[in-house]
Design a protein around this ligand. Structure first.
Ligand code: PMP
Length: 299
């Protein structure tokens, strides 16, 4: 399928408070966000007309900005409404939603105290890449890049700059024929994939790495709640790469990836099974529930 460039599409993008035609949603090349990666973003999904866990995403966006030292000049209520409005304006009910905030062009130096903070929200149809084939699972290579120590990068922020090593890792994995890469942290522990968290089924329990240097994903949190409802014990702990052979099932969890079974990590095979299939089904059902029902279930 030919890729339709992201700057040449029909539709509307919410930009700094107004809906603008897609092709006119532009910024200047001397924007601080482009040169110094002073940008934070979100990835959300709308299902059947509702953005799943919208307020949690909006709060993370505001917090990601604060971690980079800026205040996004909109309230959580305003951002929620803008996200809903842009989905509606594009005539979508099931879609990916991408809010992004960045420092503007008022000042172009490491210091950026005078920059204005911009916010844009775009949305487009992005069905799950694997569709009905999903239980087959994806293959992960092992990344050479490591998730950094939290004292070397603002790792709790969904900050653009943190994706630099994600793209490098994903490209290296793709060059070797893998779908994605497993990233370890600086200690050699299992961290996550390039755009999703990881879960391992071990002895009937669900184990997942402690998110002390990577995103504690919203999908990750949802999966943990769903597992508890199923009386599956969830263990959050440091997990060494050497422990991988003890896992019977492995899956990824993220807004874009949803629940994606893994069938191989760098030569080690896994068979997606009952735990993955159960949680994949539960997640699919939950994403289509009314927002108030979701809140009750996840709380
Ligand atoms: N880690 C990374 C690096 C990601 O990009 C994402 C996707 N936002 C996640 C984890 C999962 O986060 P969430 O479930 O909130 O989408």
């Amino acid at each position: 399928m030919a890729l339709v460039p992201f700057d040449d599409r029909d539709g509307q993008i919410w930009l700094d408070g107004s809906m603008v035609p897609w092709r006119e949603a532009k910024l200047h090349v001397l924007s601080h966000g482009l040169h110094y990666a002073s940008g934070v973003f979100e990835g959300e999904r709308a299902y059947a007309g509702n953005i799943f866990r919208l307020r949690t995403h909006t709060e993370r966006l505001l917090n990601s900005g604060r971690i980079l030292g800026f205040q996004i000049p909109w309230t959580a209520d305003q951002i929620d409404e803008a996200c809903k409005a842009v989905v509606k304006a594009n005539g979508l009910t099931d879609a990916y939603v991408r809010p992004i905030a960045w420092r503007g062009a008022e000042q172009l130096s490491v210091s950026a105290q005078q920059t204005r903070i911009h916010l844009a929200i775009a949305t487009w149809a992005w069905p799950n890449l694997f569709g009905d084939n999903r239980m087959k699972g994806v293959r992960l290579g092992l990344a050479a890049w490591k998730r950094p120590h939290p004292e070397t990068a603002p790792t709790a922020s969904k900050a653009a700059g943190l994706y630099m090593i994600g793209t490098l890792s994903k490209h290296a994995a793709e060059a070797e024929g893998f779908d994605d890469a497993l990233m370890l942290d600086w200690r050699g522990r299992i961290a996550e994939a390039t755009g999703a968290n990881i879960f391992l089924a071990m002895g009937g329990e669900l184990h997942t790495p402690t998110p002390d240097c990577f995103l504690d994903g919203i999908t990750r949190r949802t999966v943990m709640a769903l597992a508890k409802h199923r009386q599956i014990k969830v263990v959050e702990r440091p997990i060494l790469y050497e422990e991988l052979p003890n896992a019977s099932e492995v899956f990824l969890a993220g807004t874009a990836a949803e629940i994606t079974p893994v069938r191989e990590i760098a030569g080690q095979a896994f068979t997606p099974g009952m735990i993955t299939e159960t949680l994949l089904g539960d997640y699919e059902k939950t994403t289509r529930m009314a927002p108030a029902e979701v809140d009750k279930l996840i709380a």
